[in-house]
Each structure stands twice: as C-alpha cells, then as structure tokens.
Design a binder for this molecule. Sequence first.
Ligand SMILES: NC(=O)c1ccc[n+]([C@@H]2O[C@H](COP(=O)([O-])OP(=O)(O)OC[C@H]3O[C@@H](n4cnc5c(N)ncnc54)[C@H](OP(=O)(O)O)[C@@H]3O)[C@@H](O)[C@H]2O)c1
Length: 277
Amino acid sequence: MSVAILQGSSGGLGLAVTRHILQKTRLKVYALTHSSSSDKISDGLGSLVRDGRLEVLTGVDVLEESTLERAAKTVREAEGKGSVRLIACLAGILHPEKSLSSVSAQEALSTFQINTLGHLLTYKHLVPLLPTKRALAQLKEEWEANEGDPAKGLIGASNSLCFSLSARVGSIADNERGGWYSYRASKAALNQVIRTLDHELVNKSTSAVAVGYHPGTVLTSFTRPVIGDKPADPKHGVFEVDDAVSHMTKLMSRVKRDGDQVFGGRCFDWRGERVEW
Ligand SMILES: NC(=O)c1ccc[n+]([C@@H]2O[C@H](COP(=O)([O-])OP(=O)(O)OC[C@H]3O[C@@H](n4cnc5c(N)ncnc54)[C@H](OP(=O)(O)O)[C@@H]3O)[C@@H](O)[C@H]2O)c1
C-alpha cells in the first residue's frame, strides 16, 4: 500500500493534515506522535478512521532516535520498502526570546533538537523507505491498470515528497525585526538540512523532492501564547487551521522535480512564493 508518514501528527496542523489526507486520498497514513494516545488521535478524526487506513504510532519522540528507528521498522515490515510517498515533518517548538537576556541554553538546545535535528533524524530513518525513480515508474504502471495514483493529486504522480514545516522567520534575508533567537536559528538550520537532503535524494535516484514550507501565522496552540486570541486575518497571513492546510496541500501538489520552476531544496510560503534564505 502507498503510505504517508506524518511526524507531529497530534498538533494543530498535524491533525488537520492527517484528516485532509484520509479524506482526499487513498494513501494509508502512519501518524507519529510523541505526546498523544492512539485513541485521542482517532477520536479527533471521527468516522475517517473506520476504513483502516490510519495507523497511529505512539511514543515517537524525536529526542529519542531509537523511537524513530522503531517507527521506520514498523512501516517497513508492514508496507515494504518503497511504499512511502510522503514524509511530512511537522514537529516544532517555540521559546520566543525577546532579547539576549531571556535566552536559556537548555531551551535553545531543545529547540534545535526538535526543530532541526528532529526533522533530520526523521529523514535519516524514513528516507530509505521512499521508492526509487525506477520503483515509482513500476508503481505507476500498476496504478494505471487499477484505480490510478492513490495520492490522488496530493503529490505529483511522478514524485514522492519530503516536506518540512519551516517558517519565514528562519530566513536570514527576511530578518528585519530580530528576536526569537533560538527559533529563527533552528529554522534557518532546518532550511540548510532541506537543501542538503534534496541533493542526496537526487544523488541516490530516489523519486522524492525535499521542500520546506512556511504556512503563515496559523491559529493553533503554538501561536496562542504569542498572539493571544486574535481572529483570523487572511489578508495579513493569519489563518484558521483548515485554510492553512488547504494552502499547504495545494503547494504539495505543485512540487515536481522537472519543469521551469525549481522546487527541490527550496522553501515556499502559503502564497506559493519562494522564501529566500
Ligand atoms: N502555527 C503557526 O503559525 C506556524 C507558523 C510557522 C511555522 N509553524 C511550524 O509548523 C509546525 C506545526 O505547528 P503547529 O501550529 O501545528 O504547532 P503545535 O500544535 O504546537 O504542534 C507541534 C507538534 O510538534 C510535535 N512535537 C513537539 N515536540 C516533539 C518531540 N519531542 N517529538 C516529536 N514531536 C514533537 C508535537 O506532535 P506530537 O505530540 O504528535 O508528537 C506537536 O503537536 C511547527 O514546526 C511550527 O514551527 C507554525
């Protein structure tokens, strides 16, 4: 079966993307979570879990590499190598330091461990499960004889996708205001991880493209401590979760390896425009 793996699946964006994929595609979803229970995620998805396409893997903490290794083994044994069309890394934390005096070494370290290394280690263990270009071409022949691509346009039929939630504040060129030392630096480093990963994906002839994404300001428990109960304001890039997921999945569907626009190793925003490093 073709598979999507979502790391950070219980979060505001994570649960909504999981719901979207179950609703709009025929992919099987492996929802990885470190903090949530299987029941909590299933309850949040209601009747969508009935057809058996959701598998929740609990206790997958990106601070513990062995839990990522275990998750990869579970998917490989159940679905086989070459089954994974989408690896989405959504995990992230924010300690919004306003100035140097509020920087804590421990908080900065855990920000890097989750926002940067957490994505890197997830790719380390899951990328070997992506189909090679040749394997994807064979899968395409099988789909054409059956019901078509199970990703149903969420991902281009000629590629698979490594997708990381980054943030515009990780852009050094865009940093006109300062603040948020550790979050900005962890996302800038994540952007470098994405660029480097994309080179390896090409060199290893995998079918995948690696892309970073800035979703705008999305009203989740992540942003609430910083912006309070502000209402959505799409004109100024502040979105409800469902709108943010709609923009995000639109971008996912546009990504491809060949063509006039280069996607691999780049970061895009909710408008579909490139975020400069
Ligand atoms: N919301 C925004 O406005 C906004 C803007 C720009 C970028 N982003 C980025 O988008 C991503 C998701 O944001 P969100 O708003 O959905 O935040 P959220 O609701 O706080 O979700 C973040 C998720 O990160 C996961 N996580 C945290 N520590 C982890 C660990 N040790 N191991 C594994 N997973 C861990 C958790 O998932 P589990 O409990 O399931 O493991 C958590 O639910 C973040 O990377 C954030 O930086 C968000």
